[in-house]
Design a protein around this ligand. Structure first.
Ligand code: ADP
Ligand code: MG
Length: 404
Protein backbone atom coordinates (compact mmCIF):
# COMPACT_ATOMS: atom_id res chain seq x y z
CA UNK A 1 0.00 0.00 0.00
CA UNK A 2 1.22 3.44 -0.80
CA UNK A 3 0.10 6.59 0.90
CA UNK A 4 0.41 10.16 -0.22
CA UNK A 5 -0.14 13.83 0.28
CA UNK A 6 -1.33 13.21 3.77
CA UNK A 7 -1.27 16.03 6.18
CA UNK A 8 1.89 15.18 8.13
CA UNK A 9 0.06 13.80 11.13
CA UNK A 10 -1.97 11.50 8.92
CA UNK A 11 1.21 10.32 7.28
CA UNK A 12 2.79 9.83 10.68
CA UNK A 13 -0.23 7.87 11.81
CA UNK A 14 0.05 5.47 8.91
CA UNK A 15 3.78 5.26 9.40
CA UNK A 16 2.98 4.02 12.90
CA UNK A 17 0.41 1.56 11.63
CA UNK A 18 2.40 0.37 8.64
CA UNK A 19 5.90 0.78 9.91
CA UNK A 20 6.89 2.78 6.87
CA UNK A 21 5.80 5.74 4.82
CA UNK A 22 4.95 5.37 1.18
CA UNK A 23 3.38 7.83 -1.15
CA UNK A 24 1.04 7.57 -4.08
CA UNK A 25 -1.84 9.32 -5.73
CA UNK A 26 -5.32 10.16 -4.63
CA UNK A 27 -7.95 7.48 -4.90
CA UNK A 28 -11.66 7.67 -4.34
CA UNK A 29 -12.82 4.07 -4.38
CA UNK A 30 -15.28 3.63 -1.60
CA UNK A 31 -17.10 0.57 -2.93
CA UNK A 32 -14.85 -1.99 -1.30
CA UNK A 33 -15.57 -0.38 2.06
CA UNK A 34 -19.08 -1.73 2.13
CA UNK A 35 -17.88 -5.07 3.37
CA UNK A 36 -16.33 -3.71 6.55
CA UNK A 37 -17.79 -2.25 9.71
CA UNK A 38 -19.36 1.23 9.71
CA UNK A 39 -16.69 2.45 12.13
CA UNK A 40 -13.92 1.59 9.72
CA UNK A 41 -15.80 3.08 6.79
CA UNK A 42 -16.23 6.29 8.72
CA UNK A 43 -12.60 6.36 9.69
CA UNK A 44 -11.23 5.73 6.22
CA UNK A 45 -13.63 8.19 4.67
CA UNK A 46 -12.46 10.85 7.07
CA UNK A 47 -8.87 10.07 6.25
CA UNK A 48 -9.57 10.26 2.52
CA UNK A 49 -11.49 13.46 2.88
CA UNK A 50 -8.49 15.01 4.52
CA UNK A 51 -6.20 14.39 1.58
CA UNK A 52 -4.77 11.13 2.67
CA UNK A 53 -5.13 8.57 -0.09
CA UNK A 54 -4.50 4.96 -0.92
CA UNK A 55 -3.67 2.96 -3.98
CA UNK A 56 -6.19 0.39 -2.93
CA UNK A 57 -8.40 1.05 0.01
CA UNK A 58 -9.05 -2.65 0.54
CA UNK A 59 -5.34 -3.11 1.14
CA UNK A 60 -5.37 -0.28 3.63
CA UNK A 61 -8.39 -1.71 5.35
CA UNK A 62 -6.69 -5.07 5.81
CA UNK A 63 -4.00 -3.33 7.81
CA UNK A 64 -6.49 -1.28 9.78
CA UNK A 65 -8.45 -4.43 10.61
CA UNK A 66 -5.26 -6.16 11.69
CA UNK A 67 -4.36 -3.33 14.06
CA UNK A 68 -7.68 -1.75 15.07
CA UNK A 69 -6.56 -0.69 18.54
CA UNK A 70 -3.77 1.36 17.07
CA UNK A 71 -6.14 2.80 14.50
CA UNK A 72 -9.02 3.70 16.73
CA UNK A 73 -7.09 4.34 19.92
CA UNK A 74 -5.31 7.28 18.36
CA UNK A 75 -8.08 9.76 18.81
CA UNK A 76 -5.99 12.80 18.03
CA UNK A 77 -5.38 11.60 14.50
CA UNK A 78 -9.09 11.79 13.80
CA UNK A 79 -8.87 15.51 14.31
CA UNK A 80 -5.98 15.79 11.87
CA UNK A 81 -5.19 19.28 10.78
CA UNK A 82 -8.52 20.85 11.61
CA UNK A 83 -7.31 24.16 12.95
CA UNK A 84 -4.30 25.83 11.34
CA UNK A 85 -2.62 29.13 12.10
CA UNK A 86 -1.19 30.57 8.87
CA UNK A 87 1.48 33.28 8.69
CA UNK A 88 2.46 35.33 5.65
CA UNK A 89 5.37 37.79 5.47
CA UNK A 90 6.78 37.24 1.97
CA UNK A 91 6.60 40.90 0.93
CA UNK A 92 4.92 43.90 2.53
CA UNK A 93 1.88 42.44 4.30
CA UNK A 94 2.17 41.01 7.81
CA UNK A 95 -0.70 38.53 7.96
CA UNK A 96 -2.01 35.85 10.30
CA UNK A 97 -5.13 33.71 9.91
CA UNK A 98 -6.91 30.81 11.57
CA UNK A 99 -8.56 28.43 9.12
CA UNK A 100 -10.63 25.34 9.86
CA UNK A 101 -10.42 22.35 7.52
CA UNK A 102 -8.74 24.43 4.83
CA UNK A 103 -11.98 26.12 3.84
CA UNK A 104 -13.48 28.07 6.73
CA UNK A 105 -11.72 31.26 7.79
CA UNK A 106 -12.21 31.99 11.50
CA UNK A 107 -9.97 35.05 11.38
CA UNK A 108 -7.75 36.71 8.81
CA UNK A 109 -5.74 39.69 10.05
CA UNK A 110 -3.42 41.82 8.01
CA UNK A 111 -1.14 44.76 8.60
CA UNK A 112 -0.30 46.35 5.26
CA UNK A 113 2.84 48.41 4.75
CA UNK A 114 1.63 49.91 1.46
CA UNK A 115 1.56 53.45 2.89
CA UNK A 116 5.13 53.12 4.16
CA UNK A 117 6.53 51.98 0.81
CA UNK A 118 4.41 54.29 -1.34
CA UNK A 119 6.87 57.15 -1.03
CA UNK A 120 9.64 54.94 -2.46
CA UNK A 121 7.45 53.76 -5.35
CA UNK A 122 8.01 50.11 -4.39
CA UNK A 123 8.85 47.78 -1.52
CA UNK A 124 12.16 48.43 0.28
CA UNK A 125 13.17 44.99 1.62
CA UNK A 126 15.03 46.08 4.78
CA UNK A 127 12.29 48.50 5.77
CA UNK A 128 9.67 45.80 5.15
CA UNK A 129 11.51 43.28 7.35
CA UNK A 130 11.74 45.80 10.19
CA UNK A 131 8.02 46.53 10.09
CA UNK A 132 7.14 42.84 9.98
CA UNK A 133 9.17 42.38 13.13
CA UNK A 134 7.25 45.17 14.85
CA UNK A 135 3.80 43.90 13.95
CA UNK A 136 4.01 40.11 13.67
CA UNK A 137 3.16 39.32 17.31
CA UNK A 138 0.30 41.79 17.37
CA UNK A 139 -1.23 40.39 14.16
CA UNK A 140 -0.99 36.80 15.46
CA UNK A 141 -2.64 37.81 18.77
CA UNK A 142 -5.42 39.58 16.89
CA UNK A 143 -6.12 36.53 14.72
CA UNK A 144 -6.21 34.17 17.73
CA UNK A 145 -8.45 36.57 19.65
CA UNK A 146 -10.85 37.06 16.78
CA UNK A 147 -11.10 33.31 16.16
CA UNK A 148 -11.49 32.65 19.88
CA UNK A 149 -8.75 30.06 19.67
CA UNK A 150 -6.03 29.44 22.23
CA UNK A 151 -2.53 28.76 20.96
CA UNK A 152 -2.59 25.18 22.33
CA UNK A 153 -5.82 24.41 20.50
CA UNK A 154 -4.07 24.76 17.14
CA UNK A 155 -3.35 21.57 15.21
CA UNK A 156 -0.51 23.03 13.18
CA UNK A 157 1.38 26.23 12.39
CA UNK A 158 1.80 27.10 8.72
CA UNK A 159 4.10 29.69 7.22
CA UNK A 160 5.17 30.95 3.80
CA UNK A 161 8.68 29.63 3.18
CA UNK A 162 9.20 31.30 -0.22
CA UNK A 163 9.44 32.69 -2.83
CA UNK A 164 9.70 36.23 -1.54
CA UNK A 165 12.10 38.62 0.18
CA UNK A 166 14.30 36.46 2.38
CA UNK A 167 14.60 39.10 5.11
CA UNK A 168 10.83 39.43 5.44
CA UNK A 169 10.14 35.70 5.07
CA UNK A 170 12.49 34.99 7.98
CA UNK A 171 10.36 37.09 10.33
CA UNK A 172 7.24 34.96 9.73
CA UNK A 173 9.21 31.74 9.64
CA UNK A 174 10.93 32.49 12.96
CA UNK A 175 7.61 33.33 14.59
CA UNK A 176 6.07 30.11 13.23
CA UNK A 177 9.03 28.05 14.44
CA UNK A 178 8.76 29.57 17.92
CA UNK A 179 5.02 28.79 18.16
CA UNK A 180 5.57 25.30 16.79
CA UNK A 181 8.30 24.66 19.34
CA UNK A 182 6.32 26.03 22.29
CA UNK A 183 3.12 24.19 21.39
CA UNK A 184 4.85 21.09 20.04
CA UNK A 185 2.55 21.26 17.01
CA UNK A 186 3.82 20.57 13.48
CA UNK A 187 5.33 23.37 11.45
CA UNK A 188 4.06 23.29 7.86
CA UNK A 189 6.04 25.09 5.17
CA UNK A 190 4.04 26.54 2.31
CA UNK A 191 4.99 27.83 -1.14
CA UNK A 192 3.64 31.33 -1.67
CA UNK A 193 2.54 30.75 -5.25
CA UNK A 194 0.71 27.56 -4.46
CA UNK A 195 -0.91 29.35 -1.53
CA UNK A 196 -2.34 31.94 -3.95
CA UNK A 197 -4.01 29.07 -5.83
CA UNK A 198 -5.35 27.59 -2.57
CA UNK A 199 -7.17 30.86 -1.80
CA UNK A 200 -9.80 29.35 -4.09
CA UNK A 201 -10.56 26.55 -1.60
CA UNK A 202 -11.84 29.11 0.91
CA UNK A 203 -15.63 28.96 1.19
CA UNK A 204 -15.96 26.69 -1.88
CA UNK A 205 -16.08 23.00 -2.69
CA UNK A 206 -13.35 23.30 -5.34
CA UNK A 207 -11.11 20.32 -5.92
CA UNK A 208 -8.56 19.51 -8.65
CA UNK A 209 -8.26 19.04 -11.56
CA UNK A 210 -8.44 22.59 -12.85
CA UNK A 211 -6.59 25.15 -14.95
CA UNK A 212 -5.25 28.06 -12.92
CA UNK A 213 -4.29 31.50 -14.17
CA UNK A 214 -1.85 32.73 -11.54
CA UNK A 215 -1.17 36.43 -12.04
CA UNK A 216 0.62 38.39 -9.33
CA UNK A 217 3.25 41.09 -8.93
CA UNK A 218 6.05 38.59 -9.51
CA UNK A 219 4.50 35.79 -11.59
CA UNK A 220 2.22 35.06 -14.52
CA UNK A 221 1.57 31.40 -15.17
CA UNK A 222 -1.03 29.09 -16.67
CA UNK A 223 -0.98 25.96 -14.54
CA UNK A 224 -2.67 22.59 -14.87
CA UNK A 225 -3.40 21.56 -11.28
CA UNK A 226 -4.01 17.83 -11.60
CA UNK A 227 -4.27 16.95 -7.92
CA UNK A 228 -3.28 18.53 -4.63
CA UNK A 229 0.48 19.00 -4.93
CA UNK A 230 0.59 17.76 -8.49
CA UNK A 231 0.71 20.44 -11.12
CA UNK A 232 2.26 21.32 -14.44
CA UNK A 233 3.18 24.84 -15.53
CA UNK A 234 1.83 25.09 -19.09
CA UNK A 235 3.08 28.58 -19.78
CA UNK A 236 4.51 31.65 -18.11
CA UNK A 237 5.72 35.13 -18.81
CA UNK A 238 8.98 35.44 -20.68
CA UNK A 239 9.68 38.87 -19.17
CA UNK A 240 7.49 41.05 -16.90
CA UNK A 241 4.76 39.56 -14.73
CA UNK A 242 1.24 40.88 -15.41
CA UNK A 243 1.11 42.70 -12.04
CA UNK A 244 4.54 44.18 -12.70
CA UNK A 245 3.32 45.50 -16.09
CA UNK A 246 0.26 47.01 -14.38
CA UNK A 247 2.50 48.70 -11.79
CA UNK A 248 5.01 50.03 -14.34
CA UNK A 249 2.35 51.41 -16.70
CA UNK A 250 0.53 53.00 -13.76
CA UNK A 251 3.76 54.80 -12.81
CA UNK A 252 4.15 55.94 -16.41
CA UNK A 253 0.64 57.38 -16.30
CA UNK A 254 1.36 59.06 -12.96
CA UNK A 255 -1.14 56.88 -11.11
CA UNK A 256 0.97 55.98 -8.07
CA UNK A 257 1.65 52.76 -6.20
CA UNK A 258 0.47 50.03 -6.23
CA UNK A 259 -0.58 50.57 -9.82
CA UNK A 260 -2.90 47.65 -10.55
CA UNK A 261 -5.88 48.86 -8.52
CA UNK A 262 -5.39 52.43 -9.85
CA UNK A 263 -5.46 51.30 -13.50
CA UNK A 264 -8.51 49.16 -12.73
CA UNK A 265 -10.23 52.25 -11.29
CA UNK A 266 -9.45 54.84 -13.98
CA UNK A 267 -9.98 52.34 -16.82
CA UNK A 268 -13.68 52.17 -15.91
CA UNK A 269 -14.15 55.66 -17.37
CA UNK A 270 -11.86 55.07 -20.36
CA UNK A 271 -12.34 53.73 -23.88
CA UNK A 272 -10.49 50.43 -24.35
CA UNK A 273 -10.50 50.92 -28.14
CA UNK A 274 -8.89 54.37 -28.03
CA UNK A 275 -5.37 52.96 -28.50
CA UNK A 276 -4.32 49.75 -30.19
CA UNK A 277 -1.63 48.07 -28.09
CA UNK A 278 0.02 44.77 -29.07
CA UNK A 279 -0.75 41.58 -27.13
CA UNK A 280 2.80 40.25 -27.41
CA UNK A 281 3.25 37.59 -30.09
CA UNK A 282 4.34 34.59 -28.04
CA UNK A 283 3.45 31.02 -28.94
CA UNK A 284 1.73 28.44 -26.78
CA UNK A 285 0.64 29.39 -23.28
CA UNK A 286 3.54 31.79 -22.62
CA UNK A 287 3.15 35.55 -22.26
CA UNK A 288 5.28 38.64 -22.86
CA UNK A 289 4.36 42.04 -21.48
CA UNK A 290 7.52 44.11 -21.96
CA UNK A 291 6.66 45.00 -25.59
CA UNK A 292 3.24 46.19 -24.48
CA UNK A 293 4.79 48.31 -21.75
CA UNK A 294 7.17 49.91 -24.29
CA UNK A 295 4.26 50.53 -26.68
CA UNK A 296 2.43 52.45 -23.93
CA UNK A 297 5.63 54.43 -23.22
CA UNK A 298 6.10 55.36 -26.93
CA UNK A 299 2.44 56.42 -27.18
CA UNK A 300 2.68 58.54 -24.02
CA UNK A 301 5.84 60.24 -25.37
CA UNK A 302 3.96 61.30 -28.50
CA UNK A 303 0.87 62.59 -26.69
CA UNK A 304 0.38 66.08 -25.35
CA UNK A 305 -0.46 66.84 -21.73
CA UNK A 306 -2.88 66.32 -20.09
CA UNK A 307 -2.77 62.63 -20.99
CA UNK A 308 -6.02 60.78 -21.71
CA UNK A 309 -5.23 58.58 -18.70
CA UNK A 310 -8.56 56.72 -18.67
CA UNK A 311 -8.29 55.73 -22.35
CA UNK A 312 -4.62 54.72 -22.02
CA UNK A 313 -5.35 52.65 -18.90
CA UNK A 314 -8.40 50.97 -20.45
CA UNK A 315 -6.54 50.16 -23.69
CA UNK A 316 -3.54 48.75 -21.80
CA UNK A 317 -5.77 46.73 -19.45
CA UNK A 318 -7.67 45.35 -22.41
CA UNK A 319 -4.45 44.19 -24.11
CA UNK A 320 -3.20 42.40 -20.96
CA UNK A 321 -6.50 40.82 -20.00
CA UNK A 322 -7.33 39.75 -23.55
CA UNK A 323 -4.25 37.56 -23.78
CA UNK A 324 -4.57 36.26 -20.19
CA UNK A 325 -8.17 35.26 -20.84
CA UNK A 326 -7.56 33.74 -24.28
CA UNK A 327 -4.64 31.52 -23.27
CA UNK A 328 -6.30 30.29 -20.08
CA UNK A 329 -9.52 29.46 -21.90
CA UNK A 330 -7.51 27.78 -24.66
CA UNK A 331 -5.68 25.60 -22.09
CA UNK A 332 -8.98 24.47 -20.53
CA UNK A 333 -10.41 23.62 -23.95
CA UNK A 334 -7.31 21.83 -25.25
CA UNK A 335 -6.84 19.76 -22.10
CA UNK A 336 -10.54 19.09 -21.62
CA UNK A 337 -10.59 20.58 -18.13
CA UNK A 338 -13.94 21.96 -16.99
CA UNK A 339 -12.80 24.25 -14.17
CA UNK A 340 -10.81 27.50 -14.36
CA UNK A 341 -9.38 29.14 -11.29
CA UNK A 342 -7.95 32.67 -10.98
CA UNK A 343 -5.29 33.50 -8.42
CA UNK A 344 -2.89 36.27 -7.37
CA UNK A 345 -3.23 40.03 -7.03
CA UNK A 346 -4.23 40.66 -10.65
CA UNK A 347 -7.17 38.25 -10.15
CA UNK A 348 -8.70 41.21 -8.28
CA UNK A 349 -8.94 43.12 -11.56
CA UNK A 350 -12.60 43.84 -12.27
CA UNK A 351 -12.32 43.57 -16.07
CA UNK A 352 -10.52 40.21 -15.85
CA UNK A 353 -13.13 38.91 -13.42
CA UNK A 354 -15.90 40.10 -15.74
CA UNK A 355 -14.40 38.23 -18.71
CA UNK A 356 -14.23 34.95 -16.80
CA UNK A 357 -17.64 35.40 -15.18
CA UNK A 358 -19.10 35.84 -18.66
CA UNK A 359 -17.31 32.67 -19.80
CA UNK A 360 -18.85 30.68 -16.96
CA UNK A 361 -22.29 32.02 -17.88
CA UNK A 362 -21.91 31.21 -21.55
CA UNK A 363 -20.19 27.82 -21.36
CA UNK A 364 -19.94 24.63 -19.35
CA UNK A 365 -16.75 25.86 -17.74
CA UNK A 366 -17.00 26.51 -14.01
CA UNK A 367 -14.95 29.50 -12.91
CA UNK A 368 -13.57 30.11 -9.41
CA UNK A 369 -11.99 33.33 -8.21
CA UNK A 370 -11.07 34.26 -4.65
CA UNK A 371 -12.89 37.03 -2.80
CA UNK A 372 -10.98 40.28 -3.41
CA UNK A 373 -9.33 40.20 0.04
CA UNK A 374 -7.89 36.74 -0.71
CA UNK A 375 -6.46 37.69 -4.14
CA UNK A 376 -3.55 39.74 -2.84
CA UNK A 377 -1.21 38.46 -0.13
CA UNK A 378 -2.99 37.14 2.98
CA UNK A 379 -2.51 34.39 5.53
CA UNK A 380 -5.82 32.54 5.08
CA UNK A 381 -4.53 31.15 1.80
CA UNK A 382 -1.38 29.97 3.61
CA UNK A 383 -3.37 28.03 6.21
CA UNK A 384 -5.63 26.60 3.50
CA UNK A 385 -2.62 25.55 1.45
CA UNK A 386 -1.06 23.89 4.51
CA UNK A 387 -4.22 21.88 5.02
CA UNK A 388 -4.34 20.62 1.45
CA UNK A 389 -0.67 20.44 0.54
CA UNK A 390 1.54 21.46 3.45
CA UNK A 391 4.88 19.84 4.00
CA UNK A 392 6.04 19.26 7.55
CA UNK A 393 9.23 21.21 8.07
CA UNK A 394 11.88 21.00 10.74
CA UNK A 395 12.92 23.92 12.91
CA UNK A 396 16.01 24.21 10.72
CA UNK A 397 14.02 24.94 7.53
CA UNK A 398 15.15 28.04 5.65
CA UNK A 399 13.37 30.68 3.62
CA UNK A 400 13.95 30.75 -0.15
CA UNK A 401 13.75 33.76 -2.45
CA UNK A 402 13.05 31.82 -5.65
CA UNK A 403 11.22 28.58 -6.23
CA UNK A 404 13.78 25.77 -5.90
P1 ADP B 1 3.05 39.23 -5.08
O1 ADP B 1 2.62 37.96 -4.44
O2 ADP B 1 3.84 39.02 -6.32
O3 ADP B 1 3.65 40.19 -4.10
P2 ADP B 1 0.27 39.91 -5.06
O4 ADP B 1 -0.33 38.61 -5.31
O5 ADP B 1 0.15 40.47 -3.68
O6 ADP B 1 1.76 39.95 -5.60
O7 ADP B 1 -0.35 40.96 -6.06
C1 ADP B 1 0.13 42.24 -6.16
C2 ADP B 1 0.00 42.67 -7.60
O8 ADP B 1 -1.38 42.62 -7.99
C3 ADP B 1 0.50 44.07 -7.83
O9 ADP B 1 1.30 44.07 -8.99
C4 ADP B 1 -0.79 44.86 -8.04
O10 ADP B 1 -0.64 45.97 -8.89
C5 ADP B 1 -1.70 43.81 -8.67
N1 ADP B 1 -3.11 44.13 -8.48
C6 ADP B 1 -3.80 44.23 -7.32
N2 ADP B 1 -5.08 44.59 -7.54
C7 ADP B 1 -5.21 44.71 -8.90
C8 ADP B 1 -6.27 45.08 -9.77
N3 ADP B 1 -7.47 45.38 -9.30
N4 ADP B 1 -6.02 45.12 -11.10
C9 ADP B 1 -4.81 44.79 -11.59
N5 ADP B 1 -3.76 44.47 -10.82
C10 ADP B 1 -3.96 44.42 -9.49
MG1 MG C 1 1.55 37.22 -3.51
Amino acid sequence: MRLIYGAPRVVRFFENVLGESRFDKTCSEYTSLLIVSPGIILFVKRVCKRQSAFTTLSECLKILILSPSRAFGTAQYLKFMALILGLETSCDETAAAIVRDGRTVLASELNSQTDIHRKYGGVVPEVAARYHLESVNEVIDLALDKAGVGIHELDAIACTQGPGLVGTLLVGLSAAKAISWVTQKPLLAVDHLYAHICANYIDTDLSPPFICLLVSGGHSQVIHVKAHREWLILGETLDDAAGEAYDKVARLLGLGYPGGPQIDKVARDGDSRAFKFPEGAVKGYDFSFSGLKTAVLRTVEKLEQPLPVGDLAASFQDAVNRVLFRKTHQAAKELGVSKIVLAGGVAANSDLRKRFTQLSEESEIKVFMPALKYCTDNAAMVASCAHFAGVEAGLDCMAYSRQP
